[in-house]
Design a protein around this ligand. Structure first.
Ligand code: GRF
Length: 214
């Protein structure tokens, strides 16, 4: 059973999707700890409700990113977690921290990477006039929103979409692909070869690409 730490900064709907997936005894991962850099993140309530240990590591209490990341690393390892899921965690991590969790840390991003990196990407996709966006689960590497792609879902953009309506449509798919990507990793079905994540899974022979109609 893979033990994971989930890092959040906010509402935690993706965390909730992972909590719900882990409730199934057949799911190959369990959440050892939920860590937030913000004490008022609603995701902490979700974790407590599910009986999952929580910790707050407030970046404001640390003198620089190295010290903050060192404490994060300590708290994660003390929990027994051997894999990390970033789920709306809004801090940039140091190269040292990221390299320490190489191929053992994944992130979810609300666009079809490598398009639309960074923040406010739903509005950026609308402004670019693209007809489809989506979401991506990828391994974390030092460069932001880069790293081998594990699973993506495609989401159409409608002409009357606002940032909020598109974000909501993408989130629905995020809640499906994050547990799927974690499951594939926990089952040892994902290997990193260069800048690609190779999936070996009969149910997802094309590398877990999903193409929902929604
Ligand atoms: C999601 O859109 C995720 O893709 C991005 O941050 C948002 C977090 O939402 N990285 P939530 O806290 O999981 O609801």
């Amino acid at each position: 059973m893979m033990k994971i730490a989930v890092l959040i900064s906010g509402g935690g709907t993706n965390l909730q999707a992972l909590i719900d997936a882990c409730k199934d005894p057949a799911f190959p991962a369990e959440i050892a700890i939920v860590i937030s850099n913000k004490a008022d993140a609603f995701g902490l309530e979700r974790a407590k409700k599910a009986g999952i240990p929580t910790a707050v590591v407030n970046h404001k209490n640390f003198d620089g990113r190295e010290a903050f990341d060192a404490e994060l690393d300590k708290v994660i390892r003390a929990s027994g977690a051997d894999f990390v899921c970033l789920a709306g965690f809004l801090r940039i991590l140091t190269d040292g921290f990221v390299n320490g969790w190489r191929d053992k840390m994944i992130n979810i991003h609300p666009s079809l990477l490598p398009s639309f990196k960074g923040l406010h990407v739903q509005q950026a996709a609308i402004d670019a006039g693209v007809k489809f966006s989506g979401c991506t689960v990828h391994f974390v590497v030092p460069e932001m929103d880069a790293g081998p792609i594990i699973v993506q879902a495609v989401v159409p953009i409608h002409q009357n979409d606002t940032e909020d309506t598109l974000a909501a449509r993408i989130l629905e798919q995020e809640h499906k692909i994050y547990p799927l990507a974690l499951k594939l990793c926990a089952e040892g079905k994902v290997t990193v070869e260069g800048n690609k994540a190779i999936i070996r899974d009969e149910a997802h022979p094309d590398g877990a690409l999903m193409n929902p109609a929604g």
